[in-house]
Design a protein around this ligand. Structure first.
Ligand SMILES: Cc1cc2nc3c(=O)[nH]c(=O)nc-3n(C[C@H](O)[C@H](O)[C@H](O)COP(=O)(O)OP(=O)(O)OC[C@H]3O[C@@H](n4cnc5c(N)ncnc54)[C@H](O)[C@@H]3O)c2cc1C
Length: 446
């Protein structure tokens, strides 16, 4: 079978204004974009995904209420919740064990939608199943990589594609009406639009992530973030207890400065490492009964990543090509925002495409609505976002405290959280107004 044969024939389906839209990348952003475009009346959508089959890559994600609202609008909330856990509380701890703050999350914080802790594989599966059901199995073309983008006559993008089948390499190109680059932090679409940009900048920190299966009582019912700006641990359960031992899946992520031991792993994006590589750095880390080393020892596997993000871009849109998700605005994994904002991007783009019939106007409207706020979030995350409170506590009381409010007044703690929520427009008042991205089938926004 040739690469051409594997591609969905865009001329078969009708669709709004007959536009054919190619989405590069079938991650959270790309799959949500396909679903959102379909809900907005676009049927001729082809997702081109480099991986041959979906793998349970990555670990847990927290999806904030502003994105859960959008997944609910797409009719996916019940399915997602069936394999996820509501995040009810977030606690920040000093590395000595002292509690810095505890905040309700989701419904308890006054949102109309919950915040969800979920395994990335589960979220991807829910999205991929819905794409297959609603757009057909041919809408996702797996094992095909976007290798370049040029301008075709008339301003349409010419998308270069390649796939490998054993030793055989197939090549093809497509000329869709619109190309959406949803191909992640090392996006080929972004690279084609910004050929001088190079690799994502690295801040010298390394992140270890993994998933552990343990009794629910060992991890409490909250999300914990502990440490300071140099050494950090994030731990939270992401499934309801099951079985006689009431086991849950626990997500964990650790961050520390890389040292010479880690230098060799930095070129490797998703490298599996033994837990013993970093376990010793977390001995004694225990917070209200959650023993971090115990969580780490229960891990199936551990993966190392360099802590990288992207410089904010001055433009996401070039002609009929634009970017969403990490391809547009990869940010440090702080504040549970990367996947959350990818979902919102997808809905915002589909909404703009439905409201403005002309794709050029639509892409400009999408970028105007999203890029300034995402630029602010990328910058806020470089300043540690809401997690700056663990750093403040460490700077002001390196050996710990008796009463945290002697170190950080309650009003200052509240102001940090509120400022960050306002930056990303995910404060309860804004979110509770309902989705601004609802569209009627004929294009009028509601
Ligand atoms: C440690 C850590 C913790 C995180 N925690 C959270 C959290 O709690 N909450 C949250 O919201 N976010 C979190 N994130 C961020 C989140 O993982 C990303 O922001 C999100 O996955 C971005 O989705 P995406 O679809 O844009 O990119 P990706 O998930 O990277 O998907 C890109 C897709 O494109 C495909 N692809 C790549 N290149 C090509 C190509 N050339 N052609 C075709 N296909 C291609 C890839 O195979 C992949 O399927 C975390 C990130 C890290 C590292």
């Amino acid at each position: 079978m040739t690469l051409h044969d594997t591609l969905h024939d865009p001329d078969e389906a009708p669709g709004r204004d007959g536009l054919h839209i190619v989405v590069a990348g079938g991650g959270v952003a790309g799959l949500t974009a396909a679903l959102a475009l379909h809900a907005a009346g676009y049927d001729r959508v082809t997702v081109v995904e480099a991986a041959r089959r979906s793998r349970p890559v990555g670990a847990g994600l927290n999806i904030m209420p502003n994105a859960v609202r959008e997944l609910d609008a797409l009719g996916l909330l019940d399915r997602l919740e069936a394999g996820a856990l509501r995040t009810r509380e977030l606690r920040y701890y000093h590395r000595s064990g002292g509690l810095i703050s505890r905040e309700p999350r989701g419904l308890g914080a006054g949102y109309r939608w919950p915040q969800l802790s979920v395994h990335r594989a589960r979220l991807q599966q829910v999205l991929a199943d819905a794409v297959r059901e609603r757009l057909g199995t041919a809408a996702v073309v797996a094992g095909v990589r976007v290798s370049g983008v040029e301008s075709a006559p008339g301003g349409r993008p010419r998308v270069q594609l390649e796939h490998r089948d054993g030793a055989t390499r197939g090549r093809a190109s497509l000329e869709p009406d619109v190309l959406i680059g949803a191909d992640g932090i090392r996006s080929a679409v972004r690279a084609a639009l910004n050929p001088d940009e190079g690799a994502p900048p690295w801040n010298g920190m390394i992140v270890w992530r993994g998933v552990s299966r343990m009794p629910a009582r060992s991890v409490g019912g909250f999300m914990l973030i502990a440490g300071d700006d140099r050494q950090k641990a994030v731990v939270y359960p992401m499934t309801a207890p099951t079985g006689p031992d009431r086991e849950v899946l626990v997500n964990w992520a650790l961050a520390m400065p890389a040292d010479a031991d880690h230098a060799g792993m930095l070129g490797d994006w998703n490298r599996q490492v033994p837990v013993e590589t970093f376990l010793r750095h977390y001995e004694g880390w225990e917070f209200d009964g959650v023993c971090v080393p115990e969580v780490l020892r229960a891990a199936d596997a551990a993966y190392a990543y360099p802590m990288v993000d992207r410089e904010p871009l001055e433009r996401w849109t070039h002609g009929r090509t634009t970017l969403i998700g990490d391809a547009a605005h990869a940010m440090y994994p702080i504040g549970s925002n990367g996947a959350t904002q990818s979902i919102v991007d997808a809905r915002a783009l589909a909404h703009a495409m439905a409201v403005h019939r002309d794709p050029d106007t639509a892409l400009a409207a999408y970028e105007a609505a999203r890029r300034p706020a995402m630029t602010e979030l990328q910058r806020a995350n470089r300043r540690l976002g809401p997690e700056v409170v663990i750093n403040l506590a460490h700077e002001r009381a390196p050996h710990g405290f008796t009463d945290v409010h002697d170190v950080i007044p309650a009003a200052e703690l509240a102001a940090v959280a509120a400022r960050y929520a306002a930056t990303g427009a995910f404060d309860p008042d804004t979110v509770n107004q309902g989705s601004p991205y609802a569209v009627h089938p004929l294009g009028a926004s509601s």
